[in-house]
Design a protein around this ligand. Sequence first.
Ligand code: 0RA
Length: 646
Amino acid sequence: MSEEVNTTQYSADSIQALEGMEHVRMRPSMYIGDVGPRGLHHLVYEVVDNSIDEAMGGYCDTITVTINEDNSITVEDNGRGIPVGLHKKEGVSALEVVMTKIGAGGKFDKDSYKVSGGLHGVGVSCVNALSEHLKATVHREGKIWEQEYERGKTLYPVKSVGNSNITGTIVTFHPDKTIFTQTIEYSYDTLANRMRELSYLNKGVTISLTDKRRKDDKGEFIGETFYSEEGLREFIKFLDETRVPLIQNVIAMEGEKNGIPVEVAMIYNTGFSENLHSYVNNINTHEGGTHLSGFRRGLTSTLKKYADNSGLLDKLKFEISGDDFREGLTAIVSVKVAEPQFEGQTKTKLGNREVTSAVSQAVSEMLTNYLEEHPEDAKQIVEKVKLAAQARHAAAKAREMVQRKNPMGGGGLPGKLSDCSDQDPENCELFLVEGDSAGGTAKMGRDRNFQAILPLRGKILNVEKAMQHKVFENEEIKNIYTALGVTIGTEEDSKALNLEKLRYHKVVIMCDADVDGSHIETLILTFFFRYMRELIEGGHVYIATPPLYLVKKGSKKRYAWNDKERDEIVETMKGGATIQRYKGLGEMNAEQLWDTTMNPEYRTLRRVTIENATESDRIFSMLMGDEVPPRREFIENNAVYANIDA
Ligand code: 0RA
């Protein structure tokens, strides 16, 4: 492992190490993606990943993560402890090398599935470089060892500070405020979601999270412990909690194919959406890739063969397509790849060719067995596929209508759209407004040069409960497609959204700031999430934030977006102020709407992002699905945007 015998290069290498750390501080986004909330949380994942690696090697079963009162983070594991002995090549303790040399982590453990150049796996040294202070404590060889750093610079050589009869590693870091200028406040929910996900992906490992900034009613710190006995099997149950299962069991397998560790779990539900989630080395591959292609291939060929042999599809008049096998399917594919190649816009698409057949074979074997052993379930699945094929046929017709009406196809824009005059999509904004009356106000208030208005009638269709053809037949939804100028199908993927002719680069959902408004907002977001996810991923979807109050005194007018702001304004006006609560957009006049909500100079738009597709999927199916109790609980907890980070 660490002790390579080569002393000649030591000085040159340590200079390089320093340069490496400086480089991380100069170009942090190159290493952790960005320096906003995402990058901030990435630091934690980076440290936890190291402990997970230790757990995957079988050396560690417990990881604890603590958000300390001052927003510093402590990650502790009961692994072997980072080696502290002399690293001959570097001439210092191995611990110091791990903590201060960019890219050193992987060298210690050649067998681990480290992601180099990917999203994670840049190493704990990166976290060190981006922390104003970091302390590493190692329990190993009967002693407690310690070293501290400031902005990646070692404060003292590794020293022993006491005796110990356990082993493990403890890292506490304070993110550097001068790097993370936007915020250094950790989100409990974001970390909890990731720790939960990790516990499903690495069964048998206990991961607990404690938030020392907050206490519950009993005076105890907020926290959760995540542990999964069954891994992906349980993950599927968690994802499909609010859906109605079509078959009795989760179908799952775990094993190695062509030297690639593959884990797959799937179930069918009575719904219509396809929910595929894929991971490589514990990283969510949002853009899919070869492992997902392998899954699809194995699924399609196995089910096709079974259906053909069973004669269940004999009377079907049209060809079954790959999509038909995936309606109402929730599946997770998780592979471990030694040298993953990541491609795609966000570098979350697996490119390694050899993975396709490994996963495809694994799925074929797993599914063939299951279908043979569960003929009743097999029948249910084939029947569902048949229905899906019929519905797709109907949907294709409806979709053609959407395409034909496309402006570029010569069909003209929707009558209800008040378009803007600028022709450059980059400058243009489309406001989706609830109701004709608010639509009218927005039309008067807007800057017609670059702002277009599309009023939507009342409640839009709940796509979570509708079959595809109903979605494409829906007037409001057709209008959204036509107004945006987007079509379905690209050269690469017949189902992908084609954004080439997108007519507005900002699509703004503008609803009342009340319960109904937020419901409509969720309906629209559900539609975007299920049918236009690429639009969200492209950063084109925004939510407008109309004010809640107008505070007036004489000719003085101020707006407030929450109760605290309102009270502060009332205070500064020193008595005699009148407060108007806006119950809806309709109560504002055009000028007020422009001033507060539409004028780029003063408005606040929240960009909708998909922080965690797995979690968003669950939230949408819960919010919009059939089962009422969890939805009510969720809405009562009032966390509609828990994972739609805007
Ligand atoms: C390389 C070798 C050994 C342990 C580790 C890495 C290690 C790294 C981290 C990072 C966080 N927690 C960790 N725990 C262990 C040990 C090699 C040996 O004992 O033979």
